[in-house]
Design a protein around this ligand. Structure first.
Ligand code: PXP
Length: 240
């Protein structure tokens, strides 16, 4: 079964709502790890709307599992990643007006830039994952950048309401997974995954890590971080 990367951005979102010091995402990461999280994921956005530079520096010193830094492929972020040295970087598209990351990266239309960014990070020993839709051309382009991983965008799968559409979206993800593995890529997935829809994605052949934020932090607000993480691990194993 895939491992669980817990995205703690929303903890920082609550803190930033008051520009205060609580809740602290560092404490959230410690609790998540104690409860069984296999990795901690944060997105340092260009506008610093939730996670701050101070957070990533402290997380680098305190995270005991692995730290996945989501970021845009900008020069500023590459510089930060090279200094921070997260365990891996996930490159994501970023638009200021979006509420959350909306679509996958268009690797295909900016191939030279992507190759350059992937190379500059991986040459310094920082593995790179590209957050893309399960689309044939994008997967092929991702493989040509030599990135070690892709993260399949599960947003479309998560959004559909009826079973038939969900099966169709799952089949697209499964085909994407197979294509990626055949091209030598390793595969993670995330976005919109919940306690109710995660299991079929967890069962996809070769799936390594699921990055999940909103659903876990929403549950943690009501039942506590430890139980929220434990229950997501159960959901991934199909035991919930
Ligand atoms: N993976 C990536 C690349 C993301 O940008 C996000 C959202 O920050 C997630 C996973 C987690 O998505 P969600 O909060 O919907 O679980």
């Amino acid at each position: 079964m895939p491992t669980l990367g817990v995205n703690i951005d929303h903890v920082a979102t609550i803190r930033q709502a008051r520009r205060t010091v609580e809740p602290d995402p560092i404490g959230a990461a410690v609790l998540a790890e104690l409860a069984g999280a296999d990795g901690i994921t944060v997105h340092l956005r260009e506008d610093r709307r939730h996670i701050q530079d101070r957070d990533v520096k402290l997380l680098r010193q305190t995270v005991r599992t692995h730290l996945n830094l989501e970021m845009a492929a900008t020069d500023e972020m590459v510089q930060i990643a090279l200094e921070l040295r997260p365990d891996y970087v996930t490159l994501v598209p970023e638009r200021r007006e979006e509420i959350t990351t909306e679509g996958g990266l268009d690797v295909n239309s900016q191939l030279d830039r992507m190759k350059q960014v992937v190379g500059s990070l991986q040459d310094q020993g920082i593995p790179v994952s590209l957050f893309i839709d399960a689309n044939e051309a994008q997967i092929q382009a991702a493989a040509s950048t030599q990135a070690l991983f892709i993260e399949l965008h599960t947003g479309s799968y998560a959004e559909v309401k009826d079973e038939q559409s969900q099966s169709a979206e799952l089949a697209i993800l499964a085909a994407g997974c197979e294509q990626a593995l055949a091209s030598g890529l390793r595969v993670n997935a995330g976005h919109g995954l919940t306690y109710w829809n995660v299991y079929p994605v967890a069962c996809l052949n070769g799936m390594e890590e699921l990055n999940i934020g909103h659903s876990i932090i929403s549950r943690a607000v009501l039942v506590g971080m430890e139980r929220a993480i434990r229950e997501m691990k159960q959901a991934i194993r199909g035991e919930l």
